[in-house]
Ligand binder design. Sequence first.
Ligand SMILES: [Mn+2]
Length: 319
Amino acid sequence: MTGGTQKQQLRIRYHRDFDGMVSGALLAHVLRERGEKPILISVNYDERKNWESFEEGKRFAVVDFHFHPRAEFWFDHHPTTFLSDELRSTYEASDRWLWDETSPSCPPLILKHAKEHFGYEAPERFIDAAYWSDIIDAAQFESVDQAIFGDDPALRISRSLTAAPNPAWVDQIATALIDDSLRDVALRSDVEKAHDRASRNRDKALEQFPPTVLWNRGGVVFYDASSSKVRRERFAPFYHHPDVSYAVGVIPTRAGYHITCGENPWNKPTNGVHVGEMMEGYGGGGHRAVGGANPPSLAEAQRLGEEFAEIIENHLRAQ
Ligand SMILES: [Mn+2]
């Protein structure tokens, strides 16, 4: 080294959810062994607007989020990771970048990559965290009860994120996961506090769901939870209606209204539809089992949401 110039600190920008946090902590641990002292900062969806100038002049990595051509390290599993065709053509798997859309969550692909390319031997806690990341991110819970009430440390941490006091707090928890096990992190008093708040929100959401249901026919439940007073629990429709194969609903977003449709993971249809592709017809998108769209007004969201639910209902009846 000449002139004593120091390398800038590497900023690991991670998706602010359970598998994103674990991905950030794992990459930080991997890179520490290679002489880096990275910091973890979650990334916000709003930052996509100026994606070209994202982290301009900084050293950064991105995990569990959109591909960025200036990222020193990038790992993701989302099929929608490339914000343009041009970006798609810039990507090539290397020792710094990997995309695997077949991975249920992001940490397992970082584990595999770090072992193959850097000879990294993961501590047990990251193998455990990667296992839970797959379950949480791909909704592979054994039951709706486990999804909603499960008490494993990973599930407690994941639930606590829904009541995070602020993004900086999430960064603290992600940072704790670099050195501590899920169990130790779940036992932190600040995690317990957020978890208790999240559990109260969940109980309230479960209580508020039934009056939002407009109909339940032929394996589809349709609900209107567009009121901002209604709290939301993702699996409430399947908790209250375990018999359905799909839930279609109208929910508020920060800027307007959203139609959401999800397949019941515990009562999968034998002749299902591709929700994401169907949503593309409504200007939205998603995966096979879950998707959404953002119509321009509440009235449109209600009308199109019901139409969407009826199309699935008819599809299920037809076979
Ligand atoms: Mn994620």
